[in-house]
Design a protein around this ligand. Sequence first.
Ligand code: ADP
Ligand code: MG
Ligand code: ZN
Length: 735
Amino acid sequence: MTTDQTEPTTSTHVERLQEVLQKYWGFDSFRALQREAMTSMLDGRDTLVVLPTGGGKSLCYQAPAMCLDGTAIVVSPLISLMKDQVDSARACGLPARLINSSIDARERFQTWDEVRRGDVKLLYVSPERLTQREFLDQLSDVPVSMLAVDEAHCISQWGHDFRPHYRELRVIRERFPELPMHAFTATATAQVREDIIDQLDLKEAQQFVGSFDRPNLNYQVLRKGDVTRRIFDVIEKHSGESGIIYCITRKEVDQWTALLQGRGIHAKPYHAGLSDEERRENQEAFLHDDAGIVVATVAFGMGIDKSNIRFVIHVGMPRSIEHYQQESGRAGRDGLEADCVLLYGNDDMVKWQYMIRDQPSEVHAASTDSLRRMASFCEGILCRHRALVRHFGQDLEDDCGTNCDVCTGDHTQAEDPLVLAQKILSSVYRQDQRFGVEYTVLVLKGSKSQKILQNKHDELSTHGLLKDEPKQAIQDWIGQLIQQDCLKRVGEYNILKLTDLGWQVLRGEWTPKLLTSKHTEQDAGPTTSRSKEASWEGVEMPLFEKLREHRLALAQERNVPPYVIFGDATLRDLAKKRPTSTESLLSIYGVGQKKLEEFGEAFVRMIDDYCRENQVESNVQLESRPPSVPRSEKPANATALLAFPHFAEGKSVEEVAQLIGRAKSTTSGYLSEYLREHELTDPSPWVSYEDTIRIRDAIEQTGGDRLKPIFEHLGGEIDYDTIRIVCQCWANAQG
Ligand code: ADP
Ligand code: MG
Ligand code: ZN
């Protein structure tokens, strides 16, 4: 295997990437951190990318692979989805192939032939296959550009999808020590991240960790009421669209599937109790259907790339916030709005505790902790977007304001929260801190149930103290007191105990925040209506539906999922701008060269016919973009621009990193852009004279095409960021 790419230094990387983005995908900008991550890969540095589901990780390795010589090897855990991934890539015109156990020997030989001829840019393989000796031997005869490990958290026991075969990927490093290796995951915990770097033996990995917020998702977290009605409300709002309904148990999956099917809805079950064959069929049906619904346990979802899932409903609390982030995150990958509705109840905790009862004790303790955090999230009163990113150690500048149940004012402040909290806490205390939430609610409501009478708790001064408040409200307040650390749940039965802060509240030294949810069973219903959503503005609905039908027909002909032809965002853009010439199609979001050639003609004809027949204006707001002229690089992103004035003052990378709140390596990338944009040739404000001389020398010795040989020539004594600065100045000086 050879890895000698003649890659230029940073300066032209971004331009080439941008051309590739436009040509193959029809996208005209990078998503957050894509540019930084891709540049790092083109530099040949080992790279770890952590972006939320839908963040655009596949592009992060596919685009650089198209810029590099040789074949990129992509490891992906799920054979059942690899074909879709490759179909998707091929539909964009990327020369991608796959090798796994579903491929027979003849096809395999053919694929290797193509790889040897240099006709394959992306080779998808299963970890099982990649680590086989025969495969490794084949690999050493062909030029390989890099190894991309997708869903890299599978390598970690701490992650939620541990795959033993991922551990063996280490042999790649041993066999090909020079090969740049990159890992991709949506799992945010530091422990998993470290484990990935460790296990794959990534060298001086550049890490890019994105924001975990998903601004296009609308979170509604509600206490269970009329569950059936809520589910049907959501389904009705999204009629003709795809969604997932997550349940805790297999039995629930079967029940809900039957109920939906009984009402004529395309719903398929998915859980570990079904045969492999049934699971595969149901998954395929879901992916290939434009409007299907899958009802599933946690077993469903990893690697599902369907971009137009418009809703995810949880009937019951997920087992951890990590799971919730992953599962709800499967909605709205295309960046368009999507609904995430979570219906929780006190019984969920009990169900989960039953399911984890046999775990070994330390695992059990961790699971219980996760469940409690999840429960606090449900009962919480913090903007859902903020609460989620906080869990992952990040924060938001502002609450979302419009996209969660907390922010949209489905809650009001409770009157006199201090007194209210004191009533609740003193009841917990008077009950000897030996009971859980439900029981405490009953005491406060003044119930005369047998258990309460037995315990003589009807004689407590707190008995009936909140008898006029709805039971749900009292439950919510207790949850909120837990979230604010005034109470905690302990032991197997989740008994309530006072904390230090709880005592402070009782003494009147601190006032917690208590909210009343306006959601009662009577006013159930989705909070946003489709017509209000901005992304539908100007979209000609009947035309959109026609285009969708056409997409489905094309997909069925080719036996690929519809989103592989065009995403929903593209169809909406088409139905909004209504282009009637193939040239103008290129200015539509998500239309690259290949798709233009393959599908352009037919779509344009449909649009033209429709507009004529219905006397609807065509070619709305179309700036036609001549296809042959590659678009020049866009100005640097907003944060980069913030950094520029500081660089102009000669501030160091560390100082600027602090000022703009970005990592040092990211800031160093901005400095390169600054140097390029201003065509500066003098690195002296940032690099010592001595280092500059050494790096210049190394550039001359190695040709200066890539950073890695320079780094190695210098015996690893000077870091990449410094080398990059000198290289950029050197490149500027060459003109
Ligand atoms: P991930 O693997 O991180 O979950 P994907 O790679 O599947 O995400 O991408 C999610 C969606 O975002 C895809 O539909 C993809 O086409 C789209 N996407 C990725 N990058 C961009 C971009 N730069 N501009 C517009 N859409 C993008
Ligand atoms: Mg992915
Ligand atoms: Zn919010």
